[in-house]
Design a protein around this ligand. Structure first.
Ligand SMILES: Cc1cc2nc3c(=O)[nH]c(=O)nc-3n(C[C@H](O)[C@H](O)[C@H](O)COP(=O)(O)OP(=O)(O)OC[C@H]3O[C@@H](n4cnc5c(N)ncnc54)[C@H](O)[C@@H]3O)c2cc1C
Length: 287
């Protein structure tokens, strides 16, 4: 099957109409930083491309009294420069800033980062830690799903042929809730994360962990929410023993998930440093 037609649309509805018509024969393109490589390597088996890169409706970051919502077409640069995110969701702007090179950050979108289904997508761990939901649209329907439920397997996401990701949404962290991110890449800028971690944490006045949510990248076939680890940490005092408990538990998780893989030995050690750094980054601004 060869690519025959490219539709450069300017409205979401136009895109959805085309997807409804061509269904499994069509594919959407956002920044193209993943997809253009696939096309060049002739791996894309589709007849129709729906180019969303000029759809202004998909490029926004807005905040209401409770939520922050980011349009799927928002680029990494826009995320990393956004004042609301810099002030209130540092871990997410940090993750966006750590992506690739300036060229990739200027083109690559958060929607593409989620929908390519990569276990190592940088903005996904912070969004998982924020408990984000995905708003998904088709011509005749609309649904909201937890980001953590969208990943079905490596490179596979729960999106139908006639659907697009419209936006991603999460509760605005309160002033006593912090989000930190850390990643270890092959090289600092031009590599997709080899291992990453993001932490959302709420600490009370006596330094006890009231709430924690942890997102991880590149330690299994999908990005993950680390529910088991969260359960172990909630209610503990955030001190050296908290770090030790978290690190030894995370090491066990990585050993189990990557059993038999050559990267296991390296990643079971690396996750400890990454966890510590993400937590320190989260708590840096605590007054
Ligand atoms: C040199 C280089 C360095 C990179 N470094 C990093 C890095 O450090 N960290 C990192 O996370 N990534 C990195 N990437 C990967 C890539 O840039 C990101 O995954 C980026 O977010 C993809 O977004 P895009 O808008 O370019 O997606 P596209 O390439 O346009 O699309 C990617 C996939 O998502 C689908 N898609 C896109 N938007 C939507 C939507 N709204 N609804 C439904 N499906 C959609 C497409 O159909 C396609 O399957 C790198 C890539 C390159 C080439």
């Amino acid at each position: 099957m060869e690519l025959k037609e490219v539709y450069k649309v300017s409205r979401v509805n136009e895109a959805l109409e085309i997807l409804e018509t061509y269904k499994e024969n069509a594919k959407v393109l956002a920044g193209g930083t993943d997809l253009v490589i696939e096309i060049k390597e002739r791996k894309l088996k589709k007849e129709v491309l729906v180019d969303l890169s000029s759809v202004e409706e998909l490029k926004f970051i807005r905040e209401d009294s409770e939520f922050i919502e980011i349009g799927a077409g928002t680029t990494f640069t826009e995320i990393s420069n956004n004042e609301i995110l810099i002030q209130k969701v540092k871990g997410l702007s940090h993750a966006a800033k750590s992506v690739g090179s300036p060229q990739i950050r200027n083109r690559g979108t958060v929607g593409g980062n989620i929908c390519n289904g990569s276990p190592a997508a940088d903005t996904v761990p912070p969004l998982l830690a924020l408990g984000a939901t995905c708003l998904i649209k088709s011509k005749n329907s609309y649904r909201e799903v937890n980001l953590r439920d969208i990943y079905l397997g490596k490179g596979q996401v729960d999106l139908k042929d006639n659907e697009i990701l419209y936006s991603v949404k999460f509760k605005t962290p309160l002033s006593n809730q912090y989000v930190g991110f850390s990643k270890l890449g092959l090289r600092n800028a031009l590599a997709i994360a080899r291992i990453s971690c993001a932490i959302f944490i709420e600490v009370d006045e006596d330094d006890y962990c009231k709430d924690i949510r942890i997102g991880s990248g590149a330690i299994s076939t999908t990005p993950n929410r680390e529910f088991e680890l969260e359960k172990v940490l909630i209610g503990r005092k955030v001190d050296e023993s908290f770090m030790e408990k978290a690190c030894s538990f995370f090491e066990i998780i990585v050993k189990e998930r990557l059993k038999g893989r050559s990267s296991m030995e390296f990643k079971k050690e690396a996750i400890k440093g990454i966890f510590k750094e993400a937590l320190n980054n989260a708590l840096k601004d605590r007054k």
